[in-house]
Design a protein around this ligand. Structure first.
Ligand code: WT7
Length: 632
């Protein structure tokens, strides 16, 4: 299809005059230009919105690229900004979190109460010998204590590594080992679709094999009974019974490590992406305020898991820095009924709702009636993140949920970017399926292999041409990998390679196409083909495997696997389902393949690299393209 034709079918949507009039951002072109021409001035000015113990010497230290530093010499702690600075102001009495468990139990926390709880948890982990620089692993359901644990680490200058509670024992162990954690904070279990997820059971298996862990704190949530190991295991409620609720916040450097978050890449070993106190605090709070137009009376709901970057940045840190009230929900979105979320939106009078295309498609499947039963009049803005949103889901979200009055902020970003990078502001003309244009301070472009900006409509690589405060600083313990994955492709230019392909239209709108590496997005979750393949071959009957992502109506993409069995093994349906279950046990439910196909060989290059695109083309009945490099 020619570009003119493609353009012709794209419908545009204009935010209402009322939305535009009230927006925190009133103008794009000029501010954008200024922010790119002089990023130091732009970010330096905004950084004054944060509370610093000591002002920075330099906004950006770019003397050793790609290891950029922001606000060097500055002393800050993100918790000082997220909690301490609100004490003694009207925000102290405001709700920080409105929490709801899946069974319907509720809990509210004001900023003042949050301060107390975080201080207690901080004193507890300090008493277990955790000091600045240590990395504490957290493996918890979506309960308030998860947030306390993250903030408690940050408060004392230690770092956290939250491992998503949907991951299994092996994934948890690898992450604990990589971070060399001495402490694990967990819960007995959590609720999901009416069932108890027995987290502590998984933890008990894991901790038998992790040499670094000395202590494990367990929050009692499901009360279903668990084995506690003497000397190692501590019940949270017992351990904090006599602990002081006052704890000074550690004065950290702007560049001190705030957290590690593991994400998938091209090789099997997960990457521990490192973020820091200063730049991350500034970046996340700024983009939330500007894109979601945060006002004092907002009720903000980011329907994500705190175990992923979306939750770190937009359930925990940015909303707290901005003094916002946030909804935190433990369970499955369509449990016990498909209107669980809409009932809550209406009851809590949620004003801004942010979720993933997968969730939207899931709601859409149950039909409009479940939404229409509830008064969603409080909503004024909607958001989407995690993968490109297909226009039909966009339209449904806009019409049925937003009643054509709440514009959708489709935010493109990554674990590595800290916060939104390409996204509309509430004043932006919207095109369903496009994250629109780069935010202020973000010099994003689509380029060809030679680094030239692509022509309108031409596919190319998404790059960011200038550093920004929320950027990852490195991969834990692996500076070389950080350099080679993100910065080597356009080393002379000094550009960040995002790993996505994209095209730009005549209005400069960016359309994300797909990942260019071996990363699969399933329901918005990021998984590496190599990780899944290594889980497959760890099954005794499997000698070789390859996985590909094929389009899926609900999940966006789903995993399909091809395996070569050992000579002596019989192919059977039972074996196929046993292999699926094996991956589920090894990695967690999200990584379980949709199909297992037994094959005798796999298409490979002469250098032995599996050509996944050939498998994919074959599965989809498409032309596999250039096969000149294929061996067999
Ligand atoms: C990858 C990053 C950022 C929080 C959740 C995902 C894809 C993300 C969008 C969007 C198109 C998107 C990209 C990106 N992605 N948001 N709005 N439109 N694609 O973080 O797990 O680090 O994944 O998600 O492919 O590279 P992540």
């Amino acid at each position: 299809m020619s570009e003119e034709l493609k353009e012709a079918v794209v419908k545009t949507y204009e935010p209402s005059e009322e939305v535009k009039k009230n927006a925190n951002v009133q103008e794009y072109d000029e501010t954008y230009k200024r922010s790119i021409t002089d990023p130091v001035a732009y970010w330096g000015e905004l950084a004054n919105n944060l509370n610093w113990y000591q002002k920075w010497d330099k906004v950006l230290d770019d003397s050793n690229p790609p290891f950029f530093k922001w606000f060097t010499g500055g002393k800050i702690n993100i918790v000082h900004n997220a909690i301490d600075r609100h004490m003694g102001t009207p925000i102290e009495k405001k709700f920080a979190f409105l929490w709801e468990g899946e069974p319907g139990d509720r809990r509210t926390l004001t900023y003042g109460q949050l301060n107390t709880e975080v201080s207690k948890m901080a004193n507890l982990i300090k008493s277990m010998g955790i000091v600045k620089g240590d990395i504490v692993t957290i493996y918890m359901p979506q309960i308030p204590e998860l947030v306390f644990a993250m903030l408690a680490c940050a408060k004392i200058g230690a770092a956290h590594s939250v491992v998503y509670a949907g991951f299994s024992s092996t994934a948890l162990r690898n992450r604990i080992d990589d971070a060399k954690s001495k402490l694990l904070i967990t819960a007995d279990g959590g609720w999901r679709r009416g069932n108890i997820i027995d987290l502590k059971k998984i933890v008990n298996v894991t901790l038998d094999q992790t040499p670094t862990i000395e202590n494990c704190i367990t929050v009692k949530r499901t009360k279903h009974g668990t084995e506690m190991k003497k000397g190692r295991d501590h019940w949270y409620h017992e351990a904090i019974a006599n602990i002081s609720d006052e704890c000074p916040t550690e004065v950290t450097d702007a560049e001190d490590m705030l957290f590690i978050l593991y994400t998938s890449g091209t090789t099997g070993k997960p990457k521990g992406v490192k973020h820091t106190h200063g730049g991350y605090a500034l970046y996340t709070s700024t983009v939330q305020k500007m894109v979601f137009d945060i006002k004092d009376d907002d009720i903000w709901w980011c329907l994500a898991d705190p175990g992923w970057i979306t939750g770190h940045s937009f359930i925990v840190y940015a909303p707290l820095i901005n003094g916002t009230t946030t909804i935190l929900y433990e369970g499955a979105p369509v449990y016990p009924d498909p209107d669980r979320i809409w009932e809550m939106v209406s009851r809590y009078k949620v004003t801004v709702f942010y979720t993933s295309p997968t969730a939207v498609r899931g709601f859409m499947r149950f039909g409009d009636d479940w939404v229409n039963k509830h008064d969603l009049g409080s909503l004024r803005l909607l958001g989407s993140v995690g993968e490109p949103i297909n226009p039909s889901a966009w339209e449904w979200y806009y019409k049925v949920v937003g009643k054509e009055k709440s514009p959708i902020m489709d935010t493109w970003w990554q674990t590595e970017t800290g916060g939104f990078m390409i996204s509309p502001y509430p004043i932006t003309t919207l095109k369903p399926g496009s994250a629109t244009r780069p935010l202020f301070g973000i010099d994003a472009d689509v380029v060809n292999d030679n680094g030239e900006s692509t022509k309108v409509g031409e596919e190319g690589l998404l790059v960011i041409k200038q550093p920004w405060p929320g950027m990852a600083r490195t991969i834990l313990g692996d500076d070389e990998r950080y350099k080679s994955v993100y910065w080597s492709r356009f080393e002379p230019q000094g550009w960040y390679l995002a790993g996505d392909s994209a095209r730009k239209d005549k209005d400069g709108y960016i359309w994300i196409i797909a990942r260019i590496d071996d990363v699969i997005k399933v329901s918005g979750y990021r998984l590496g083909t190599a990780e899944i393949e290594s889980a497959l071959v760890s099954h005794a009957s499997v000698v070789e495997s390859a996985v590909v992502a094929l389009p899926h109506e609900l999940k966006g993409h789903a995993i399909h696997s091809y395996v070569i069995l050992s000579e002596e093994v019989e192919k059977s349906d039972e074996l196929a389902s046993e292999i699926k279950t094996h991956v589920r046990t090894e990695m967690g439910p999200i990584a379980m393949p949709e199909t297992v196909t037994f094959v005798d060989s796999l298409p490979k290059t002469r250098s032995g690299k599996i050509m996944r695109r050939v498998l994919k083309a074959q599965a989809m009945g498409e032309d596999p393209g250039d096969l000149s490099t294929i061996e067999d």
